[in-house]
Structures are given as C-alpha cells and as structure tokens.
Write a protein that binds this ligand. Structure first.
Ligand code: SF4
Length: 69
C-alpha cells in the first residue's frame, strides 16, 4: 500500500528500484500514461531482460545516473 507521506523519489525507489535512477534505463510512456522501464543493456547483453520485473533490488549492470525518458 502506498504511503502518501512518501516523496516521489521514495515512491519510485520502492516501486521501481534501481532502474529509477540508472543510466541504462529508457522510460517509455504509453498512450494511456503507463510507464515502462526498458533496460538498454538488454540490447547488448543477454543477461539483462528488456523489461526487468520491478522493483529491481540488485543488478550487476546498475550504473548511477539518469536514463532517457
Ligand atoms: S542495468 Fe539494471 S538497474 Fe539499470 S536499467 Fe538495466 S535492469 Fe535496471
């Protein structure tokens, strides 16, 4: 259950995990406003799923930064 007191960043960290602030993520927003977190490392390394199950708690490819949205 969502805690309304949590900040947006806390909420993202809890629901999305590492992908929320990884340099390899591509955020895709559907016509209906749904957000999908695509791992761009998946294009060059089969160890990484294109759409990882969220939240991602541990990831060998995690690189702190900001992906493309
Ligand atoms: S490398 Fe890991 S943390 Fe980064 S976008 Fe891909 S799955 Fe998410």
């Amino acid at each position: 259950m969502d805690d309304p007191r949590a900040s947006g960043q806390e909420h993202l960290s809890r629901t999305v995990g590492l992908c929320a602030h990884c340099a390899h993520v591509q955020v895709i927003v559907s016509d209906k406003g749904s957000r999908f977190y695509q791992c761009r490392l998946s294009f060059i390394d089969a160890r990484f799923p294109r759409y990882p199950p969220l939240p991602v708690i541990e990831c060998a490819g995690y690189t702190p930064g900001f992906g493309q949205s």
